[in-house]
Design a protein around this ligand. Sequence first.
Ligand SMILES: [Zn+2]
Length: 63
Amino acid sequence: MTSPRPESVTCLACREHARTEHLRLAEQIERLGTMPGSVVTGGEAGEAAQHHRDLARRFAGGG
Ligand SMILES: [Zn+2]
C-alpha cells in the first residue's frame, strides 16, 4: 500500500518507490484507455493517469 498523503512519507526509499508505482499506474491506466472493450474510456483513463502523475510529482518532492 502506498500512502495517499505524499507529504507524510518521510523515508526517501518509500517516496521513490511510491513515485515509481504511481508513474507505472499512470502508464497502465493510459494503456487500458486505448484498449478496445476496456472498462474505462480514453477520457477517464487520461484523467486518472494525470491524477497519478500529479501524485508522483508530489512524491518526488518537487512541490
Ligand atoms: Zn522506507
